[in-house]
Ligand binder design. Structure first.
Ligand code: NDP
Length: 251
């Protein structure tokens, strides 16, 4: 039919919450068949039901992106059920607001594992297929933290700088193979993860810096989903490489 993503297969990681759930809904509404991945399968199933009720197509797949074997299974299952992956949205992310000198090294590991290795695991599972088919789109959820520093976000910021640098290089490597690479850079978005991270700050140096709720309107997850939709619905010869979207009052 005439929907912009009819016939396309998309994989969205971190689809159980916030921005990833909104992206899944909007890609499905635009006609894509959407494989939704996250660890909390019950939440995925609820969103899958909503999408099916709206007449869309969606698949809920339990997957921890830090586990390379599970990610390979996610892609194999998606391809055998829905078809070859046209769009990968690397949205799963994790952060804790804390200064480095307090040495919560297990939190550093988890941020590196999800935000860096998780993204690599997913790209590794789809990139050769996309290049062979001469078509594909990888959308990486970066952040305004991928461009500037905020106290309490050192490892998270480093992980998003990684995503930015890796994406720029990958884009140059695969542009002639028909593959596009987009980084989305959101500012403050109202999501469960965001609220949780701000309401549970333990670090005395960080706590006064981040008040919640914010004294200005922040963005709805749907705003970021719109940015993803814009990037993945351009004509074949057009690449939307970056989109920075922030609340008007916090540029
Ligand atoms: P939420 O915490 O609300 O959602 C995070 C999602 O990531 C959940 O679906 C969670 O699913 C998933 N996830 C976390 N760890 C893993 C894992 N190991 N394997 C699979 N999935 C995982 O956060 P947001 O929606 O706010 O964030 C989404 C993305 O947007 C992140 O990459 C974040 O860095 C980025 N971002 C967010 C901003 C904001 O203000 N909210 C601003 C800028 C960027 P589950 O727990 O079920 O596995």
């Amino acid at each position: 039919d005439d929907k912009p993503l009819s016939g396309k297969v998309a994989v969205v990681t971190g689809a159980s919450s916030g921005i990833g759930a909104a992206i899944s809904r909007q890609l499905a509404a635009a006609g894509a068949k959407v494989a939704m991945a996250a660890r909390r399968e019950n939440l995925l199933k609820e969103i899958q039901d909503e999408i099916l009720k709206e007449g869309g197509e969606a698949l809920a797949v339990k997957c921890d992106v830090t586990n390379r074997a599970e990610v390979k299974e996610l892609i194999q299952h998606t391809e055998s059920t829905l078809g070859p992956v046209d769009i990968l949205v690397n949205n799963a992310g994790y952060w804790v607001i804390r200064c480095m000198k307090n040495l919560h090294e297990e939190e550093w590991d988890q941020q590196v594992d999800v935000n860096i290795k998780g993204v690599l695991n997913c790209i590794g599972a789809v990139i050769s297929g996309m290049c062979e088919r001469k078509s594909g789109h990888i959308v990486n959820m970066s952040s305004e933290n991928g461009k500037k520093a905020f106290v309490g976000f050192a490892v998270y910021t480093g992980s998003k700088f990684f995503v930015e640098g890796m994406s720029r290089t990958l884009r140059k490597e695969v542009c002639k193979d028909g593959v596009r690479v987009t980084c989305i850079q959101p500012g403050d978005v109202e999501t469960p993860g965001y609220a949780h991270s701000l309401m549970t700050i333990e670090d005395k140096q960080c706590k006064p810096l981040y008040t919640y709720p914010f004294p200005y309107p922040i963005m709805e997850p749907e705003v970021i989903a719109q940015a993803v939709l814009y990037a993945v619905t351009q004509p074949d010869h057009v690449a939307v490489n970056e989109i920075l979207v922030q609340p008007r009052e916090n540029p």
